[in-house]
Design a protein around this ligand. Structure first.
Ligand SMILES: [Zn+2]
Length: 275
């Protein structure tokens, strides 16, 4: 028998959107930074969304004094706090992070996976997604046991065979003849699939890797769910999800000059000193 798998097909968001302006900014920043520094540099930015639509990135925010090389980016702890204060004043929500791989593949590095988890740790308590319902399906047949034969109710246990969630219990209130039937017939039923609807909550954080070329971004979601049935072991999950451009009327405007102005003084390069 297989364990109950609630997580199958249950990624909190199936898509990530960026407004045209935000996507342009994320990619143009790679070029702008190279021009400022005289060498290719990574950068680190927060993905900013509205409070109510956390999968639509409306702007990206570069924390100050970030230290970057051609293959590394980091932000000092005190600047994380300063950025959080600033972003709150702007009315945005941080839904994840974005960083650059200047001139190379956007496939995440080992460090990037660790950063995805660190970012989730920072955001999970406030970045919540709630499912109203979800479906549990079990691929193999399950055992039904009727435990309580003493009163009118049938207490049914579905044995899952999983060490962590050995059974799921239901109480069926019947009475009279039905009670008799429930006790005698239910144990004989072979259950192949069990569909259940349960409320679930996930903490999540998005990640985007850019290399300056729109369409080549690597985008995904790191998340952790709480579920009474299957998530007894805390576990980070990651799903690669597609990134799509969204045209919005109140989009940010992006120009190379303004972007260089914004990056100047915020980004520190190992190659060229302060840029
Ligand atoms: Zn990276």
């Amino acid at each position: 028998m297989k364990m109950v798998d609630c997580t199958k097909g249950q990624v909190p968001f199936g898509k990530l959107f960026m407004t045209s302006g935000a996507r342009k900014k994320a990619n143009l920043a790679v070029e702008a930074l190279q021009e400022l520094a005289g060498a290719p540099l990574e950068y680190y930015a927060y993905l900013l969304t509205s409070q109510s639509e956390p999968n639509i990135v409306r702007d990206i925010y570069f924390p100050k004094n970030q230290s970057n090389s051609g293959a590394h980016t980091a932000v000092p702890a005190e600047e994380v706090v300063a950025a959080a204060k600033d972003i709150r004043e702007l009315g945005y929500r941080v839904a994840g992070w974005c960083h650059a791989h200047p001139g190379f593949s956007t496939n995440p590095s080992q460090t990037d996976w660790q950063n995805n988890q660190d970012m989730l740790d920072q955001l999970a308590a406030s970045n919540l997604y709630e499912w109203n319902r979800s479906l549990i399906q079990c691929g193999d047949s399950l055992d039904l046991r009727v435990d309580d034969k003493t009163n009118g109710n049938a207490k049914v246990r579905v044995l899952t065979g999983d060490a962590y969630v050995p059974f799921i219990q239901f109480e069926i209130e019947t009475g009279g003849l039905y009670s008799f039937l429930a006790r005698h017939i239910l144990p004989r039923i072979r259950v192949k699939n069990l569909g259940m609807q349960v409320p679930r909550i996930a903490g999540f954080s998005f990640s985007i890797v850019v290399n300056g070329r729109e369409g080549q971004e690597h985008s995904g979601i790191t998340y952790v769910t709480n579920c009474g049935f299957c998530d007894t072991r805390p576990e980070y999950k990651f799903a690669k999800i597609p990134l799509e451009t969204l045209a919005v009327p109140d989009d940010i405007t992006v120009t190379a000059d303004a972007l260089m102005q914004e990056l100047r003084g915020k980004v520190r390069g190992h190659y060229a000193g302060q840029v």
